[in-house]
Write a protein that binds this ligand. Structure first.
Ligand SMILES: Cc1cc2nc3c(=O)[nH]c(=O)nc-3n(C[C@H](O)[C@H](O)[C@H](O)COP(=O)(O)OP(=O)(O)OC[C@H]3O[C@@H](n4cnc5c(N)ncnc54)[C@H](O)[C@@H]3O)c2cc1C
Length: 423
């Protein structure tokens, strides 16, 4: 029977935040070694590594973690969402294996930063499970297991019984377990990176958007409503959330929405039977879904979909049914949180570095896998600014990235997800 829900549109990560810090707006004109537009993982990681290396840094955003970094699932996974062979096929073996290698150890990078700067983001390094939702899904994870293991990843391929025991659900055909991965409160990780960057001397400004960027005499000038930044090095890290900036083209990508809903903390006797080891999970379905518990044993389930349109109840009703089909003991458990975010999907699902001019880059397009990659790309851009060598970047910078029919593709993704969530 359909149970009427009072879904309140609120983001669990904001509501349960344990990192509390606010940054003042920029109200003056400053000169800095590096200006960073956007305070997600990419921008905050770049700010931290730059400040640690003695560069003066000014980072601006409306709010730290306002974009994907404050809205995501919190699965800290290795590599990209694409299997490694596909990455090598798209980029060529040399460039592809360079990117695969760079991103293979990103969970170490993320969890080391969390430890080093005591970031309060409920880090749980119990691994993640890529769950086979069908026989075809099982073939997919078997292929991934072979490809990743042959490149040195330490993974376990779990059979149906092992998977079901580990998850506490009878729904899956097997799973790929990566014990080096884990889960975090994604917003708190981002705020923690900003706090760490500030502690190393970076100037972070909130309530401050870049409105115009121009270059003049080897400098970049960034205008904001009440101030400006003069800089030699510029990083634009706005991913799927860029607010219009005159003088700079917006990143081109296909926007794909992903939403999540969460319960209140479950009683111990219920939560004990769900993911007792605390892994984060996502599945092999074309219209992907994810589920996990948070630190307080709230159950969180997500799927492709936008909660911002009239038919969005289709998504939240599906989430409720999904939760109950995975874990029948959750029947009639009320949903207390619901929120969504926009993913910047590129045509080939590979992140892009656009060279905007001398010492200026725009980085975007993580295609749904940005916690480790964003942290890594932010660090790599800083290394490139320091050593002047673009070879240290994980992908070769290009002058532009064309995404054709992106708004039609966005609508097709949403329509596909909505139709599949009707069933
Ligand atoms: C719902 C969802 C689930 C996801 N799940 C996962 C997951 O489980 N694991 C994973 O690895 N990845 C996941 N991702 C992907 C990941 O969240 C993103 O790739 C990552 O957050 C991108 O970080 P970023 O710093 O590049 O951009 P963002 O975090 O999007 O930051 C961009 C920032 O730029 C700011 N900005 C925009 N315009 C301006 C301007 N003019 N001036 C100043 N600032 C500006 C925005 O306010 C924003 O804060 C998910 C993404 C979404 C949306």
């Amino acid at each position: 029977m359909f149970v009427r829900q009072n879904f309140q549109n609120k983001n669990l990560w904001q509501e349960s935040s344990k990192e509390h810090i606010a940054f003042k707006p920029l109200k003056t004109s400053v000169t800095t070694d590096i200006a960073i537009i956007g305070g997600g993982y990419t921008g905050c990681s770049a700010a931290l590594f730059a400040a640690n290396n003695g560069l003066s840094v000014s980072l601006i955003d409306k709010k730290i973690g306002y974009g994907g970094s404050g809205r995501n699932v919190g699965l800290v996974n290795a590599g990209l969402w694409l299997p490694p062979e596909k990455v090598e096929k798209i980029l060529g073996v040399d460039a592809g294996s360079k990117l695969n290698k760079a991103l293979a150890k990103t969970p170490d990078l993320v969890f080391d930063l969390i430890d080093k700067y005591d970031i309060k983001c409920s880090a749980n390094r119990s691994g993640t499970l890529h769950c086979a939702h069908s026989q075809n899904g099982l073939k997919d994870i078997q292929k991934r297991y072979q490809q990743l293991s042959s490149r040195g990843a330490e993974l376990e391929l779990l059979d149906r019984q092992q998977t079901n025991q580990r998850i506490g659900s009878l729904k899956f055909f097997g799973a790929l377990f990566n014990k080096s991965a884990g889960t975090i409160n994604p917003l708190n990780y981002c705020i923690g990176l900003a706090r760490a960057a500030q502690s190393k001397g970076a100037n972070i400004y909130e309530s401050t958007l870049a409105t115009k960027i121009q270059s003049s005499n080897n400098y970049w000038l960034v205008d904001t409503p009440d101030g400006s930044i003069k800089t030699k090095k510029l990083l634009i890290a706005t991913n799927a959330y860029q607010q219009p900036i005159k003088g700079i083209k917006s990143p081109e990508y296909t926007g794909v929405h992903y939403f999540q809903v969460a319960t209140n903390p479950l009683p111990e006797k219920t939560s004990n039977m769900i993911l007792p080891n605390g892994e984060g999970c996502w599945d092999t379905a074309n219209v992907m879904s994810s589920f996990r518990l948070d630190e307080d044993n709230r159950f969180i389930v997500g799927g492709v979909g936008n909660l911002g349109h009239r038919a969005s109840k289709i998504h939240t009703n599906w989430a409720k049914r999904k939760m109950e089909s995975l874990f029948p003991q959750l029947k009639n458990t009320p949903i207390e949180y619901s929120w969504h975010g926009r993913i910047a999907m590129t045509g080939n699902h590979i992140p892009k570095i656009i060279k905007l001019g001398n010492n200026a880059y725009s980085v975007f397009g993580y295609s749904g896998r940005g916690i480790g990659p964003g942290t890594y790309f932010g660090k790599a851009i800083t290394d490139c600014f320091l050593n002047g060598n673009e070879d240290s970047l994980p992908v070769t910078p290009v002058n532009q990235n064309k995404e054709h029919f992106s708004s039609i593709k966005s609508k097709i993704f949403e329509l596909g997800a909505t139709s599949s969530h009707l069933i």
